[in-house]
Write a protein that binds this ligand. Structure first.
Ligand code: ITT
Length: 204
């Protein structure tokens, strides 16, 4: 089974490819979205609404079964912001670095964070639509660390990450291996829920 992945974010695409490769018992795979397919504005109030908008647009443009990811970070100190606005936190065309720097300026170190990911599944032929959600709790690092991952990962210390070396601070998501991130990440959890549903044969 091949699903069209409605994202223009290369980091997300790579994470989905490896999550599907490692998790799918039936060899389900994701195909990249053609550049010609444009995504709708992300103006929903929830991750689920935005993910559904992207998956529906890809399914309508191609006629293919499509999935989309809408994700972000919620800071307790900001009442849950930036949330669905995480990609545009520091401005409409902000880079990952600008967004990360703004979070480090505005949120106290050690305060609570949560990553959230909604994955929408849309089958245009059968009319089936589903949304799967995954979360990962953590807190803001004292300073950014690590070269792996993307986005807010250098500032995000997951609560259930692997133990750090003696005398070293707890590891950020950007200091984890791909396998370690996938095991606890919001996207890993949502993708496994999707695959379990797909491969359980309950697709109607
Ligand atoms: P598409 O809409 O094309 O999928 P996007 O980058 O615009 O790509 P979103 O609107 O879902 O995606 O925005 C997600 C934001 O949350 C973006 O700022 C990411 O950097 C951040 N984010 C999501 N998952 C993350 C992760 O696993 N690690 C770090 N940051 C993440």
């Amino acid at each position: 089974m091949k699903l069209l992945l409605a994202t223009h974010n290369e980091h997300k695409r790579r994470e989905f490819e490896r999550l599907f490769e490692r998790t799918s018992a039936d060899g389900a795979m994701v195909d990249a979205l053609p550049d010609s397919v444009s995504m709708p504005p992300e103006d929903g109030e929830t991750f689920a609404a935005n993910a559904l908008g992207k998956a529906r647009a890809a399914a309508a443009a191609t006629g293919r079964v499509s999935i989309a990811d809408d994700s972000g970070i919620a800071a307790a100190a900001l009442g849950g912001a930036p949330g669905v606005r995480s990609a545009r936190y520091a401005g409409e065309h902000a880079t990952d670095t600008e967004n990360l720097e703004k979070l480090l300026r505005e949120v106290p170190a050690g305060s609570g964070l949560e990553y959230v990911c909604a994955i929408a599944y849309v089958d245009p032929a059968g009319g089936t639509e589903r949304v799967f959600e995954g979360r990962c709790a953590g807190r803001l690092a004292e300073e950014p660390r690590g070269e792996r991952g993307f986005g807010y990962d250098p500032a995000f210390v997951p609560d259930d990450g692997p133990p750090s070396e003696e005398g070293q601070p707890a590891r950020t998501m950007a200091e984890l291996s791909d396998e370690q991130k996938d095991a606890i990440s919001h996207r890993g959890r949502a993708a496994r829920a999707l695959l379990q549903w797909l491969e359980g044969g309950a697709r109607s």
